[in-house]
Design a binder for this molecule. Structure first.
Ligand code: ADP
Ligand code: MG
Length: 325
């Protein structure tokens, strides 16, 4: 990859304040996204994907959420140090977000049309606004966009709200779309339609996409690279091809083994034993070790990220010897 990254996240540690003090949810999360790249962020529920996404745009729930350390650079511009006006400028125009919970992100008192029109209040737009809106609503799968525009959020299903949000996120042709479980509420055919639309955006305007999902099928089909998160940490980062051909981390292998297979005769699904820990129970050292069949003495230390191949890094001591010897 020789292009300058569009987004560069380094050492991002996010915490929530509690009566017992700050509890860190993520631990030094780092990744980079290139222009026009679809970058997947995967991991089981509760591992800190949404918290990471919200932190990128300074959208953590307040009071309570806070960034303990880290930098987020958009084309070299430091987002976390921007004042509220600066962040508003970035949001929607340079970076837009498709939230995991569309019902919570839309205002119940305003029609869809009013809320979509508000997108234009913050950023200049050249061209026919109505045409752009109708076109996008069509492309997210509404045969009668005028009916949708006149509706209030409560009159629409979860899947319809999700599609409205996706249309809103695309209006300004942002450089980066953060899509947090964008298709979870949608049935499979609409899901495919939405993903194709995101791919078209990538091709037409070099838009990058941070695709957050626990659906590895979506990643395999659409992403270029991915990071696997476990208990607040990135445990593996690689190209999608390397991830499918040669997964490294025992957790990553476990995720792939836990997938239902379509091939007849290969139907064995192997679930990962145990459960994802709560942030207040995160172990010292490797956080996956009590679920890991390969754990050994050294796993009580925190594993660094080892560069195993040009397009693969893994935080696991199983790969230490290769590098250190
Ligand atoms: N507002 C909040 N206050 C306290 N803890 C939170 C809050 N939001 C999320 N968390 C905790 O942060 C952890 C990561 O959550 P989240 O980022 O939503 O995970 P994911 O998106 O990977 O499923 C979870 O343990 C969750 O309980
Ligand atoms: Mg989430």
């Amino acid at each position: 990859m020789n292009k300058m990254p569009l987004l560069s996240v380094s050492d991002l540690t996010v915490a929530f304040e509690t009566d017992d003090g700050d509890i860190a949810i993520t631990d030094q999360v780092s990744f980079q996204i290139s222009p026009g790249e679809i970058f997947g962020l995967v991991g089981e529920s509760g591992c800190g994907k949404t918290v990471t996404a919200l932190a990128l745009l300074k959208l953590l729930p307040m009071p309570g959420g806070k960034i303990l350390s880290g930098r987020v650079l958009l084309r070299g511009r430091d987002i976390l140090s921007l004042d509220p006006e600066g962040v508003r400028d970035v949001r929607g125009k340079s970076i837009s977000m498709i939230f995991q919970e569309p019902a919570a992100a839309l205002n119940p008192l305003l029609t869809v049309e009013r809320q979509i029109m508000e997108c234009f209040d913050y950023h200049p737009f050249e061209g026919d606004k109505n045409k752009r809106i109708l076109d996008l609503l069509h492309r997210v799968g509404f045969p009668d966009p005028h009916r949708i525009l006149a509706a209030y959020p409560h009159e629409l299903s979860g899947g319809m709200l999700q599609r409205v949000m996706i249309a809103m996120a695309l209006i300004m042709k942002p450089d980066l779309i953060i899509a947090d479980e964008p298709t979870t509420a949608l049935d499979v055919t609409v899901q495919a339609q939405i993903m194709e639309l995101l791919v078209e955006m990538k091709q037409e305007t070099d838009t990058s996409i941070l695709l957050i999902t626990h659906n590895l099928g979506l990643i395999a089909q659409y992403a270029d690279r991915l990071a696997v998160m476990y208990a607040g940490r990135i445990v593996e980062e690689s190209s999608v091809q390397a991830f499918l051909d040669n997964p490294l981390h025992p957790y990553t292998k476990g995720l792939l083994d836990a997938l239902p297979k379509l091939t007849i005769g290969e139907s064995e699904i192997v679930p990962i034993p145990g459960q994802v820990p709560q942030p207040r129970d995160y172990a010292v050292g490797c956080r996956f070790r009590d679920r890991c069949g390969k754990a050994f003495a050294r796993c009580i230390e925190k594993p660094p990220l080892y560069h195993v191949a040009e397009d693969q890094q893994v935080a696991c001591f199983l790969y230490a010897q290769r590098i250190e010897s």
